[in-house]
Structure formats: C-alpha cells, structure tokens
Design a protein around this ligand. Structure first.
Ligand code: ADP
Ligand code: ZN
Length: 388
C-alpha cells in the first residue's frame, strides 16, 4: 500500500497558509521535515528550510555510504555547490552543461563514465544539485547505474523544488521528445534549501511560480484566496511557498504514484500549456515551462467554464492573477490550429481523444474532460481577452 505521513505540525501550518503566508515570515514553517512513504514502504525525508543542508549532512553522516558523487551544471557549480560543499564529507564532483539541451543520453554517458572512473558502486550515493534537468537526468543515471544506486535530490530552482523533485519521475529527452526515456524511482532524501533561490534569475523564479499557482488551484481553495494578497517576489516567503506545494504534490503522488488517476490532476494547465511551450520553442522567443503553463491554466479554466465545471468569475480571477505575475503573450489566431494539433500529440491521450485535467471550482480537480476544437479556440481567445 502506498501511504504518506506528514507531521501533525505541518497539517496545522497549512491551515494558516491563507492568512499568514504572504503577510509575515511565519517561523512555524522553518526547517520542515516531511516523511514520505514509498510504495515499498521506504520512508524518505524531504528537508526544507534554512536547516535543510544541515539535515542532509546529518543524514549522510548516519548512513552507510562509502562515497558521495555530486552532479552539478555550470551554473549550480558556481552558485550552489560552494554552499553545499560546506555540508559534505569527502566527495567527487562532475559539472555538466546547463540547460534542457544537455538532457540527453550523451550526457548520461558522461555521467556513467565518470562514475565508473571514480569507482562508484552501490555503496555510494549521488547528489543531484540543480534544477529539473540535473534532477531528472542525474536521477535517471543513478537509477540505471549498476541496476540502480541511491540518489538524493538537491533542487536549486523553484520549479524543481515545488515540482520536479517530488514524485519519482526521472528521465532524459530523446529524438526531440521530452522525458521520452525514463523510469520511476524515488530518491533516498530531498533537501530543498531556500537560500539557493537567491541567485536564480527572476524569470526562472516566475516560471516555477506557475506550478505553485497550479497547486493552489487544484487543491487549496482557501489558500487561493490568501494568494490574492501576493504583491511581489521580493516579499514572498519562499520557504512557506515551497512547503505548501510539496505537501500538496506529495499527497497526490502518494495516492497515485503511477498516474492512473488522481495524479493526472497535476496536469491542469499542461495540455494546452505544453502545446504553447513547444510552439514557442520553435520561435525566436521561446517561453519557459511555467510561462506556458500559466497561459495553459487560464485557457483551460475557460474550458472548465464551458463544460459547466467552473464559474466564469473564477476563470476571470485566474486570468487576472496570471496577468499580474506574467507579461502578456500574444498568440496569433493563425497559430490556433497549430496549437490544437499539438494537443492531439500529448502523450497522455488515449486514442484520438484529448483528455484535459480541469478544475470543478478552485481546489477540486476534475479529470478526463474532453474539449473540441472550437472550444480550444475559444479558450485561447479567453486568455487573450478577445472573446466576442
Ligand atoms: P528547471 O527550470 O526545469 O528547474 P534547469 O535545470 O534547466 O530547469 O534550470 C534552469 C536554469 O537555471 C539552468 O540554466 C540552471 O543552470 C540555472 N540554475 C539552477 N539553479 C540555479 C541557482 N540556484 N542559481 C542560479 N542559476 C541556477
Ligand atoms: Zn509543469
């Protein structure tokens, strides 16, 4: 049985989110510890807060590992590794090129080469220090090396902290398809140090925030009301924001690790969002993942309205919130068919039907909803504010 235990303290804290999250730094959110029980009933800790790296150090000190191998990219090596290194025993480091284009089998080979050269075996542990790219690829490389060695996720982007590092999905891109080759495997620990976010470019921060918004929309209606008090990233308590998202995502993933049901709720905004992301990837001005997902959530909110699931005022509130955080993107009508066509390629479809994960009111996911082409066009117009 899959189960999840979240400390009682956390449960109480989360109820305070709506009122306290954006008004003051809330000390009860510090140094959070989540125990997540995997399918095999292997509990693994998720450390958040200022003490996250100290907790990781203590975990490693108490472990049986004989070697530690750290994977960084060129940016996290400069910005994050010097901090992490203060907490580590003797270790080896490898630095890979930054960015999605490096998330390939070739780069995996480099990792496996180095691990072999350094004599890594199953008594060793791999620490993935970086964003979603390093986490997914480093985790995949570890999960397949000598039939799988332990790894720890140390996510350094907001996107990776609130999304990619929870849920056990690992992989690389292949033949132009994202995450085409991969496995499900859980880390032995996750350490989310808020200080890493300080050097993250603002655009990356904003992109990651889309998944935070999504978690409110699919699972926390009172929190969504509280979120309306958001004014700027400077005044945001990232530690609290990350703890909130991790709690929601780990609950959902624990209930449905292999995405046969509830986990699909996490795809809200992603069917149209992925289409938009891949479309803009082929233009001179690509969008970051979260920037596309934010648009996707607005458009899919309209689908929910037209399918009788959501009040129009709620969809308008989602659109207004997204407009406060993100610069507007002009999607030409001439691109609508192209975008619709791209939704048909979504790997989560069964047969020819596009299945959307929508919301039936804020906080309530509604899965497997179908929308025809005209409705999709309408939804894109709703985002643009040009509904007739
Ligand atoms: P994701 O957005 O999926 O987490 P990446 O792993 O590609 O994606 O990270 C986005 C970019 O931010 C990469 O160029 C990465 O090197 C860089 N980066 C990651 N963490 C930090 C950090 N804490 N400070 C500065 N740059 C970072
Ligand atoms: Zn996403």
């Amino acid at each position: 049985m899959y189960n999840i235990t979240i400390s009682h303290r956390l449960g109480k804290d989360i109820n305070k989110v709506a009122s306290g999250l954006f008004s003051a730094r809330n000390p009860t959110f510090r140094n959070r510890f989540f125990a997540v029980y995997s399918q095999a009933m292997n509990p693994y800790p998720i450390f958040t807060g200022d003490q996250a790296l100290a907790s990781l150090r203590d975990t490693l000190a108490a472990s049986r590992y004989t070697s530690v191998f750290v994977i960084t990219d060129t940016h996290t090596h400069v910005h994050c590794y010097p901090i992490l290194a203060l907490y580590l025993p003797a270790h080896q480091v490898i630095t890979l090129p930054a960015g999605e284009s490096a998330k390939t089998l070739d780069t995996c080979q480099t990792i496996w080469h180095e691990m072999t050269r350094m004599g890594m075996d199953r008594r060793g542990v791999v620490l993935n220090l970086g964003g979603g790219v390093i986490g997914d690829m480093g985790g995949f490389a570890a999960a397949t090396f000598k039939r799988g060695i332990d790894f720890v996720q140390v996510p350094t982007t907001l996107l990776a902290q609130v999304d990619a590092s929870v849920g056990g999905k690992l992989g690389i891109d292949f033949m132009g398809y994202k995450n085409h080759i991969g496995v499900f495997r859980e880390p032995v620990a996750v350490a989310m140090y808020p200080g890493f976010l300080k050097t993250l470019p603002p655009r990356e921060l904003r992109s990651g925030f889309a998944e935070v918004i999504k978690h409110y929309l699919i699972a926390d209606a009172p929190g969504w009301v509280g979120l309306q008090a958001f004014t700027s990233f400077e005044s945001l308590d990232f530690e609290a924001v990350v703890a909130h998202s991790v709690e929601i995502k780990s609950r959902i993933v624990a209930a449905d690790p292999y995405e046969s049901g509830l986990r699909k709720a996490l795809n809200f905004g992603h069917t149209l969002g992925h289409a938009i992301e891949s479309y803009y990837l082929e233009t001179p001005e690509p969008l970051l993942h979260g920037e596309a997902i934010a648009i996707g959530m607005v458009a899919e909110a309209w689908l929910a309205v037209r399918l009788g699931l959501l009040e129009q005022a709620e969809a308008e509130a989602i659109r207004a919130f997204v407009a406060r955080v993100y610069d507007p993107v002009t999607i030409p009508e001439s691109a609508f068919f192209n975008l619709y066509f791209r939704t048909l390629q979504d790997k989560k479809n069964h047969g020819s039907h596009v299945r959307y994960a929508l919301i039936g009111g804020v906080g309530t996911p509604v899965l497997d909803q179908e929308a025809d082409r005209d409705l999709v066009f309408e939804a894109l117009r709703f985002y643009a504010g040009t509904m007739s």
